[in-house]
Ligand binder design. Structure first.
Ligand code: SF4
Length: 270
């Protein structure tokens, strides 16, 4: 039992699912990244930082800072394009009540399952989860559908979201998750939820939490393709050259890191 680990998240679960060894290195041994994940490294790092900053701009806007004040902060080509796309998207939405940057958690086996949401909106009796993505390529819906993020975010809102609904838990059918892509603004991915999916997800989450609790080892994945974008390649003798950032898609997501960086970014001064 990994005593030092008390929480699970969609990122750590995804890592465990993709490669137990990566989960061990990242969340149990907490190893710093020894290798770049994608090439070209500098461009990818810039893209990642812009993505984090973009989330910050949206959050500021959603808590009430007027767009005109934020416009000048979208000061790179990517940020300008994403920001304009977001404003256009927002102008067509009837969000209802807004809960940006909200964290939910619930017990899961011996852990707490934690998720930080970009935005939850409540409109009458419907709850919608929005997640902003700055991917270079629009992932297929089939891939997103099976990602742990899609499963965890909806399940956790059903499990721990009663305070948004006058103390009554949302029925899964009242929940929807939307991925909005800053570079593909007219092609959001929408995932409704159903009771049988919720049961399946929560059972799977419980099973995986119990498996992690009783694991005696964390083997390397058999799917060597997973290693191309993994920063721990040098620990595993799984190659030196990094994969191409443009092809990485979902593989290089590290929301955990994103969360840490997010907290470290200071308040935007207006
Ligand atoms: S390099 Fe491959 S085997 Fe090693 S942690 Fe990464 S994904 Fe797992």
């Amino acid at each position: 039992m990994p005593e030092q680990l008390t929480t699970l998240s969609q990122s750590s679960l995804q890592d465990y699912y993709d490669c137990p060894r990566r989960f061990e290195l990242r969340y149990l041994q907490r190893l710093a990244y020894p290798a770049i994940e994608t090439e070209p490294a500098l461009e990818n790092e810039k893209h990642q930082k812009e993505g984090e900053y973009f989330h910050r701009l949206i959050q500021q806007n959603l808590i009430g800072i007027p767009a005109e004040q934020i416009n000048k902060l979208a000061n790179t080509e990517n940020l300008q394009r994403w920001w304009n796309n977001f404003l256009d998207f927002r102008s067509h939405q009837n969000f209802g009540s807004l809960y940006p940057e909200i964290t939910l958690s619930a017990p899961l086996g011996k852990f707490r399952l934690v998720a930080k949401y970009d935005l939850i909106t409540i409109d009458k009796d419907r709850a919608t989860i929005f997640d902003w993505k700055t991917y270079r390529k629009r992932p297929k819906n089939e891939l997103l559908h099976i990602r742990w993020q899609t499963r965890v975010y909806r399940a956790l809102l059903a499990q721990a979201g009663a305070h948004f609904n006058q103390g009554k838990p949302f029925a899964p059918e009242q929940i929807e998750m939307v991925y909005w892509f800053a570079d593909f603004p007219a092609e959001p991915a929408r995932f409704l939820y159903k009771a049988d999916q919720y049961k399946r997800d929560w059972d799977a989450l419980t099973k995986i939490a119990n498996e992690i609790t009783s694991a005696s080892g964390f083997p390397k994945t058999d799917q060597v393709s997973k290693c191309s974008y993994c920063p721990y390649r040098s620990y595993c003798n799984r190659g030196i050259r990094a994969g191409d950032a443009a092809d990485a898609g979902l593989e290089t997501e590290a929301e955990e890191l994103f969360d840490i960086n997010f907290e470290q970014i200071g308040e935007i001064a207006f």
